[in-house]
Write a protein of this length. Structure first.
Lengths: 209, 217
């Protein structure tokens, strides 16, 4: 190895982490820059270290188990420190809901609408999508995806939520990564299941969103 | 901290500051909205220390409850995310001590912490595009490499490079010196680099669009 820099490879390796951090005085940094220009081995160490820092620093490297958020919300509520919205409002919501049901009668019972119109007029809402499954959506897109799906658009605007929440906002299953929920899709059944489940749970977290 | 009405009328206050203030004034129902952006980071910090998904989720929940109980002690000069991570690390370390878990690690590293770590691989390098992380098997290989690190290196690496705590915050969270953080961080990064460079030889990244004959590290 031809190396005319004022420091040797061992010194470079010792400081390479600080170099990546930008935590070096100007003199040492300049000396290392000179060394990297003439030493492909140390350049390899530098670029590999940068790859490590960049890839592991990506939020996609952190995955939480499916349903993590829902379980956390339930535990917060059970702790007694957080009153669930259901408990707070149920005292007057129950009679109001009963009145609405009576007034709506059969029309309400046969309703096939969802809380939010589908973002795509040609899409199927899906059938049997687990309500608490963690999915990814992005602003401006119409589909929700499994984390890591290669067909997620606008990745810089993506966010994570549950399938139930995504469907409520009008997102539909990705035709690639969620295909199994589309094959037997009877949209109305799936949506009704989600709606009835939402009523049953009392939607304790919705007010906090 | 301002009262609720002042908070709502102050456009300069970020949504997070607004939520912090409201929770500190008793609006606990807003706590989940406050911590939701940090769920992943809290879980990852607990997992780095406990290495068990079930324990990590339990501790993440415990940490959130503790944070809620101590919200009035939070001071605006600190970052909320850092405060939350530090609580999580404390809870996880306490759990580990309580259960006397002696975790045996994969990578052999019997050298003294003060000694030199010599990189083993000097393959031609190339930047790995972040799109590679969209592939589950790539994320799994990276996670496996991280899990293979000795605990003291993994904890520092996760807090600094994944949780984005600074060196000082990492040292405080783990109760070690700044010099130790820097030494362990250097070793962790170089060991991971070597572990993943070896993986390249085994074809972990073989379907990535690199030019033929080049290597990512």
């Amino acid at each position: 190895m031809v190396n005319q820099s004022p420091i040797n490879c061992e010194q470079v390796w010792r400081e390479i982490s600080n170099y990546v951090e930008g935590d070096l005085d100007a003199g040492l940094r300049t000396a290392m820059d000179v060394h990297f220009r003439s030493c492909p081995r140390c350049k390899s160490v530098l670029e590999g270290t940068r790859n490590v820092v960049r890839l592991y620093g990506d939020e996609r490297m952190i995955e939480v188990p499916a349903g993590f958020g829902q379980r956390l919300k339930r535990r917060l509520t059970r702790s007694g420190r957080v009153r669930s919205n259901w408990a707070t409002w149920s005292s007057w919501m129950i009679p109001v809901a009963a009145m609405l049901l009576m007034a709506g009668g059969l029309r309400m019972a046969s309703s096939r609408t969802i809380a939010h119109p589908l973002l795509s007029a040609h899409a199927q809402p899906g059938h049997g999508v687990p309500a608490e499954m963690v999915v990814v959506v992005s602003t401006g897109a119409k589909e929700f995806h499994a984390p890591g799906c290669p067909f997620i658009h606008n990745k810089d605007k993506e966010r994570t939520l549950t399938a139930k929440e995504a469907q409520r906002e009008g997102y539909v299953p990705c035709v690639r990564c969620m295909r199994k929920y589309l094959q037997t899709a009877d949209a109305r059944v799936g949506v009704q299941e989600l709606e009835s489940e939402a009523h049953a749970e009392g939607e304790d977290g919705e007010g906090a969103r | 901290m301002a009262e609720r009405n002042d908070v709502l009328s102050n456009p300069a206050m970020s949504r997070e500051e607004e939520l912090i203030s409201q929770v500190q004034h008793g609006h606990n129902e807003l706590f989940y909205e406050l911590v939701r952006p940090y769920e992943r980071r809290v879980y990852a910090a607990a997992l780095a220390i406990l290495r068990n998904e079930s324990d990590a989720e339990d501790i993440a929940q415990e940490a959130m409850l503790k944070a809620l109980a101590n919200m009035r002690q939070f001071r605006a000069e600190a970052r909320f995310s850092t405060w939350l991570i530090q609580i999580t690390v404390n809870e996880a370390l306490m759990r580990r001590r309580r259960e006397h878990k002696a975790i045996m690690e994969g990578i052999d590293d019997h050298r003294d912490e003060e000694g030199e770590y010599v990189p083993r691989d000097f393959a031609d390098w190339r930047e790995i595009p972040s799109e590679a992380l969209e592939r589950k098997e790539v994320r799994q290989k990276l996670a496996q490499a991280l899990a293979a690190l000795d605990r003291k290196y993994r904890e520092v690496f996760v807090l600094r490079d994944m949780e984005q705590l600074n060196i000082q915050e990492t040292a405080e969270a783990l109760g070690i010196s700044i010099a130790s953080v820097k030494t362990r961080l250097l070793r962790a990064r170089l060991m991971l680099r070597d572990l993943l460079a070896g993986g390249w030889e085994k074809g972990w990244f073989s379907r990535l669009p690199f030019e033929k004959g080049t290597k990512p590290w």
